[in-house]
Design a protein around this ligand. Sequence first.
Ligand SMILES: [Zn+2]
Length: 467
Amino acid sequence: MKPSPLLLTLLLAPLARAQGDPAVLDRIIDQGKHHNQVMSRLHELCLDIGPRVTGSPKLAKAQRWAMGKFRTWGLTNIHLEQWGEVPVGFERGAHQVGRMVEPFESNITFTTMNWMPGTKGLVRAEAVMAPKTMADFDRDKVKLKGAWIVEYAGTGMRGPTKVEDPDIKKALDDLGIAGRIYGSQDERVWSHGTYKDKTFENRPTEVQIVVSRPDYDRIARNVGFGRKTVLEFQAENEWFKGPIPQYNVVAEIKGTEKPDEVVIVCGHLDSWNSPGSQGANDNGTGTVTALEAARILSAAHAKPKRTIRFILWSGEEQGLLGSLAYVKNHEAEWDKISAVLNDDEGSNYQSGYWGYAVMKPMLEQAYAPTVKAFPEMPQKFDVSSNMANDGGSDQAPFNYVGIPGLSCRQSGRQNYGHVWHTQFDRYEEAIPEYLVQASTNHAVVSYNLACADTMLPRGPKPAPKKI
Ligand SMILES: [Zn+2]
């Protein structure tokens, strides 16, 4: 039986809502699946440039690199948009050495927090357990002078978890010590830190080294046995006079029919930087999937009806500073931003979105071509009851004001918790076939949403939230 034209129209009608030109979609899939360059971008970003702390020279270098890429692919309106400034700049230098030299030689995995001092060159000194009382201090004074003080307090993500007794702290600082040694929770060492209340002129002077738990246990055990335990550390931490303005990188593929309506594809370019980390999975991967989506769309000669805008945030790790300021400064555009696609959950494949039920049909249509091209990486839309409460990355500020801020959910074999904010966040931990899919999906979904009959439907208007 031949279907009637009416039935055909009815069958095809829903599909027409969020699909661009099928020929263009075929070219997008071909570019994304068979000519993908996402791993080359990740290599350039993470191995040639390195980790990118907000306010660091390497972040500025990465921003120039990203703009150059957008330029190469013919994007327009490429610019830096300032969101604020940091009071003082910081970079972890190349020389990072941690070793036990007595009673036997052994490397030590360690970090220091950002915007905290490093050592003055290579500092070799004996390890001594911290005094628990002032009586301990008085008894051990001679040994404590100039020593690495092994603290009993542990550390959390943001540094030591217990404040030292102020009298003991002052006594140690007055005496003069090499620095304090803390143990992390396990084999991971996290690198956070804050520039709050710091300037180049009043920067802190107290050296705090966080070593991995196995290293801490080895040091404490040897000191406990009464063995002479000698450690050496070199942490080259560099400071840069501020204030230093900070930026997001913006680039566009201009819409042909509704250029003032926008679909945003984004990820944060800034990262943390434990010695050994390259900021690869948080969030080099989210950066390069956005970049590669731009290249794919450009190579496929995609001419979306709405503008597709690419944004590489910074200040994410300091509290979504880049995206918060962006939303605030673009109030005039709030009604014209159809959707925000943010990729910041590691190096697994993009497996759908969370959002309001009203968004489901259009998004399912939008990602359908990727699912067809990568059937082993299924996608799913889950209904959220309150998008403003979902997730802690750069999509969140958009949801605060009712703009659909979609976090690209991820599935796959990567154990993101192992690498997140630690020394293990390296290029080699990224999973190439997943990033191929993720960058292709970004291109497919942004193109389809930018060509859809309407903007992505919105959920309930959120209660006003001060941003
Ligand atoms: Zn992140």
